[in-house]
Design a protein around this ligand. Structure first.
Ligand code: GLV
Ligand code: MN
Ligand code: MN
Length: 412
């Protein structure tokens, strides 16, 4: 299946080219629906066309390329990841999986192999959920599970998701025309950087994902009373930021003491009408809570909500708590995972199983299809950070493993 080094070089060049398309000068930011997002997506579509894939941009904004089987009744096997990024992102989170998927499909196309399934490569449009705080917009739309209430979600400027879809050329009334029906799924394969340090520490290029942690995302508003910073005595204040700050510390303390794999993060904090001489009256913040066990996850989420309520009661604040997203933990498919493990050992690498703390588009897809995931070592496990890095030798290892995996797939 071609020269692995040459293929890896081309993938790396494309990763760099995509990384140069950004909302921000000198750093990588490509959030859903923005002009750079559209530019990046068009670039991926052009590469798909060059690889001989039959391409389309669907209504939510995913970029898709297909190799059709000669069998008109064939199901579809999807290889995908995402092309949106966090703010000030690294180069690999998402795009690497899409561009390797594209390379694998291109190799298959060139080989002239008989395909027992249609192969579809997808660059999902919104896995990070940075713009609307809710994630998996593209993969949920693909399976017909995008909650219609989400269309009213607003970004930081007040723009609605439905408007952004229209602006990008999509039609909110035609989202269902794009879906791959549950019965048509043969499987789903996602390649992604590990975003953790295990492979780096153990000096192993790739690992297989056994499960993906469940996740809650909530949006909180602490409401107090804005006032004059020079005149209101300390014991008469209703400082919304002090309440939010106490909550931030309580979240860290709670998750650290829990010690059973729970992680909880307040990643966004916004002081409304902030000024150095004004007591903060309203603070908006986010909460992200994750665990691989659904029962523990739900209990912890409830406990954190109670903590926030108690803090507000003590401080005379009111609290708005809005659940934005809840995704349950996912177990990867046993048979596909066994094939991937065999592909790893056949390629000469040790087989390591990892649980993913990060969310992936494989999560929503798992409700309609068997899913399998391959993790690739990244430098010190650093991710969501410009220091994110994957070495060429690990890209080559990933291609060897993926080729072996695809061989078993089409040998059906
Ligand atoms: C995506 O990277 C997530 O896990 O939030
Ligand atoms: Mn990702
Ligand atoms: Mn990410």
């Amino acid at each position: 299946m071609g020269d692995h080094s040459k293929r890896a070089e081309r993938i790396m060049q494309r990763i760099d080219e995509l990384a140069s398309i950004s909302e921000d000068e000198g750093r990588i930011t490509r959030t859903y629906g923005t002009r750079p997002f559209i530019q990046g997506r068009n670039k991926v579509e052009q590469w798909m066309k060059e690889a001989g894939l039959d391409t389309r941009i669907d209504n939510i904004g995913n970029v898709r390329g297909r190799l059709d089987s000669n069998n008109a009744k064939a199901q579809t096997f999807v290889i995908a990841s995402h092309i949106d990024t966090v703010v000030n992102a690294g180069r690999f989170d998402g795009p690497m999986g899409v561009l390797i998927g594209l390379d694998l499909a291109a190799q298959l196309g060139m080989s002239g192999a008989t395909l027992p399934y249609n192969i579809e490569v997808i660059g999902f449009c919104d896995e990070e959920g940075c713009r609307f705080h809710t994630t998996y917009l593209g993969s949920k739309a693909l399976i017909g599970k995008l909650e219609s209430s989400l269309l009213d979600a607003k970004d930081a400027t007040g723009m609605e998701l439905s408007h952004v879809i229209t602006q990008m050329g999509g039609d909110i009334n035609k989202l269902n025309e794009d879906l791959i029906e549950a019965a048509d799924w043969e499987g789903y394969f996602e390649i992604h950087i590990e975003q953790g340090p295990v492979l780096f520490e153990r000096d192993i290029p790739v690992g297989v994902v056994s499960a993906i942690a469940g996740q809650y995302r909530a949006g909180l508003i602490f409401n107090g009373e804005a006032g004059h910073a020079g005149t209101v005595p300390m014991d008469m204040r209703k400082d919304a930021l002090a309440g939010a700050a106490e909550f931030v510390m309580a979240v860290e303390n709670f998750a650290s003491k829990n010690g059973n794999g729970l992680v909880a993060t307040v990643g966004k904090l916004h002081i409304i009408n902030s000024a150095s001489n004004v007591i903060p009256g309203e603070v908006i913040c986010s909460l992200d809570v994750r665990h691989a066990n659904e029962m523990i996850l739900s209990q912890c989420y409830d406990s954190l909500q109670k903590l926030a309520k108690d803090i507000c009661e003590k401080r005379g604040l009111t609290l708005d708590w809005n659940l934005v997203q809840h995704t349950k933990p996912v177990t990867c498919d046993e048979k596909l995972t066994r094939n991937l493990k065999n592909a790893i050992s056949d390629s000469g690498y040790e087989v390591v199983e990892l649980v993913s703390g990060a969310g992936h588009d494989a999560v929503p897809i798992s409700s309609v299809s068997p899913v399998v995931m391959l993790f690739v070592r990244c430098y010190k496990g650093i991710s969501h950070n410009p220091l994110e890095n994957v070495e060429m030798k690990d890209l080559i290892a990933t291609l060897k493993v993926s080729d072996n995996f695809i061989k078993t797939l089409i040998a059906k």
